[in-house]
Design a protein around this ligand. Structure first.
Ligand SMILES: Cc1ncc(COP(=O)(O)O)c(C=O)c1O
Length: 378
């Protein structure tokens, strides 16, 4: 047809124009070859360095024989078991291909063009990215005195606000919102406004003083959505499965929109296995505590500022540009997440690890700090 040409610019959704392509890190095997290293400790993605729950692995092995069948769309067995464990109704749950997909589903379900969302800054970047794709603007409220500025977030609410995102414990800082802080905040947030509480690191924080029981909030505030994932605590990030807990009304709408077969057969079974694996959970929490304590001791000794962490990573001010530090640590064999991603140029986020990985990280960091800051306390 003549005269009906679409320019390249016109074929994509206009919101995609402002998007930057995700630049993945080089595959670990490639980096090893390039740098002549035998081993690399990847402490950059908050994975569980203990490995996957053995019960999840066994469940995947058994389920592998059935992968010629589509998965059960509604994850019925997992749904029943998880609902019972959490003390919620089965139709309050929404499962997804990792929490990441669920954050996108939330944007697709709630957000219209020109809406606004409110997030903390720094926080998990996917909130702004997914809302941006739907044409919304992200209002970022900076941390104040190394904590969430919850009054600032409440003050940012206006008629365009569609959703508030709280990440607790927060990625990348690792601090959490206490029960009291949340109560005060919610007094200022209209109850009709949807609120996401991202608890991807819930299990690491659950025993912290005054960590809120967010599920009990649902009865009082049904427009709340809680996100959790099996990626971190259960060590099954590679099969991708996370879930939302909300009111029946919101969960029903979210389930309506989601991909029918989004949660694959292996992921469903891995999650069921992991749910029964108390031993792996206990060992993970123990490893995490040891690693955090060891790192905090070193940071204290060296006078480095950091956020006390309730998660499986810690955010620390090294006083050195994080791009350069990232590079030097990589050459020594540890991969961390540089803070410049969040505009915190001298900070790095490092995941917890085994005793050996943690020790290696500390030695390597010391080596870099000593060479960069000869007069420092390290
Ligand atoms: C705060 C937060 N939310 C959600 C996720 C998504 O996790 P997944 O997609 O592996 O379930 C992550 C992963 O790093 C995270 O840090």
């Amino acid at each position: 047809m003549k005269g009906n040409k679409l320019a390249m610019d016109d074929i994509f959704r206009k919101e995609t124009k402002s998007f930057q392509a995700y630049v993945p890190g080089k595959p670990v095997e490639e980096v090893k070859m390039e740098l002549g290293l035998n081993e690399i400790d990847k402490l950059a993605s908050n994975e569980n360095q203990l490995g996957p729950s053995p019960k999840a692995v066994e469940a995947v092995r058994q389920a592998a024989a059935d992968i010629h069948f589509y998965p059960e769309a509604g994850c019925p067995e997992l749904r029943r078991e998880l609902a019972e464990k959490l003390g919620v109704a089965e139709n309050q749950l929404v499962f997804g291909n990792g929490g990441e997909e669920l954050i996108q589903l939330i944007a697709q379900t709630f957000i219209n063009q020109r809406d606004e969302i409110i997030t903390a800054d720094p926080t998990f970047g996917i909130y702004g990215i997914t809302a941006g794709l739907m044409g919304a603007t992200t209002v970022r409220v900076s941390f104040k005195d190394k904590d969430f500025d919850l009054p600032g977030m409440a003050a940012a609410i206006n008629p365009k606000t569609k959703l508030i995102y709280l990440c607790s414990p927060n990625n990348p800082t690792g601090n959490y919102i206490s029960k009291e802080q949340l109560e005060v905040f919610l007094q200022k947030v209209p109850s009709d406004l949807p609120l996401l509480i991202d608890e991807a690191y819930y299990e690491f924080a659950a025993s912290c003083p005054n960590y809120p029981d967010t599920i009990s909030l649902l009865a009082k505030r049904p427009r709340t959505i809680i996100l959790r994932t099996f990626s971190k605590i259960s060590g099954i990030a590679g099969v991708r499965i996370g879930y939302l807990i909300s009111s029946v009304e919101l969960a029903t709408e979210l389930n309506k929109i989601k991909l029918i077969f989004g949660v694959n057969r292996l992921a469903q079974e891995a999650a069921r296995g992991a749910l029964k694996d108390e031993d792996h959970l206990k060992k993970t929490l123990e490893m995490n505590r040891r690693s955090l304590d060891r790192m905090m001791n070193a940071f204290n000794e060296w006078d480095l500022d950091y956020f006390p962490s309730a998660a499986n990573f810690i955010f620390v001010d090294t006083g050195i540009d994080s791009r350069r530090l990232f590079d030097q640590l990589l050459r020594l064999g540890t991969i961390v997440r540089p803070g410049f991603y969040w505009g915190w140029d001298n900070w790095i986020r490092v995941s917890t690890g085994t005793t050996e990985q943690t020790e290696r990280f500390i030695q390597r960091l010391k080596k870099v700090l000593d060479s960069e800051r000869p007069a420092s306390k390290t």
